[in-house]
Each structure stands twice: as C-alpha cells, then as structure tokens.
Design a protein around this ligand. Sequence first.
Ligand SMILES: [Zn+2]
Ligand SMILES: [Zn+2]
Length: 163
Amino acid sequence: MTGEIVVPIGNLIGSPGKERSFSGRQSVSLRLGESTIDGPMSVVGTVHGLPDGVMAEFRALATVHVICTKCLTKWDEEISIAVEQYFGVIPDEDGFGIAEGEIDVSLPARAELALALPAAPVCREDCLGLCPTCGTDLNSDPCDGHEDDTDSPFAVLKDLFDS
Ligand SMILES: [Zn+2]
Ligand SMILES: [Zn+2]
C-alpha cells in the first residue's frame, strides 16, 4: 500500500472550472515526539483546472497513536486535515509538479499530516501526571505524598495499620 497516490489530470490544465474527484489510500509512518502515525492515510478531494496547472483540494485522514507526555496514557486520535496544493507544469521548490499528466497528492498529504501531529500531547489540559516518587497516576489515585519517614521503624507500623 506504500507508494504514491497518483491522480491523472487529463485535460484539466488550461480548463478553469473543470474538475475531477479522486480518492486514495497509502500506508504512512510519521512520528513527532509522542505522536505516531503508522497505518493507512486516506485522501479524498478534487483537482481543479487552472490556466497553467491544477489545484488539488482534499482532506487527508489518519489515526494517530498518542501518548500523554505527563501521565503516559495512550490513546488513538483521528486527524483530518484540509490540504490545498498547486501543481504546475514546472515543479516548484518542494518538487510538486505535473509529471506525465499525473500528480502525486501523497507528498503534500504526508507533509501536512506531519505538521498536524501534536508535538507534546496531553490527555487533558489539567493532567496531573505521575508522582515522581512512586509513579502513581495522580489523575486516578491521589498519592498521599512521601514523608521522609519511610526509613524509620514507624513506617512499617504505619503500613500495618493502613492495611
Ligand atoms: Zn495525562
Ligand atoms: Zn507517590
């Protein structure tokens, strides 16, 4: 499933107002910090004719595996982004251009998805994170804190009384 998502543009160049729809899927691997896409990306959209090229307008969708940077909770998130990319007869500095009557929309789709990944995800705005001493998830289990008495003989007694 890796490779290109190639859309033939037919006679769209020089035909403003004409358009053609397309869709495709590609397996992608992208990673930014604790956000990873490792699976299918789908694209769906239209190519519009312009006097000197074409404009691709589409949405790219993928599932992102996210890890909370504070409490290490993992979850999956759908991201859906809108992409607009011009393709000219002569490739631009990013290499986007029309080649043999076709455009490859997977390149701008991947580039925009990479930009949309959350760099430092948190499961919620007020995530309390993990206790640095015992590693308890403070969101679900408020840690009582750690006194300096853990080495004292009374700590053992305290444990007995607590149980
Ligand atoms: Zn969290
Ligand atoms: Zn603790």
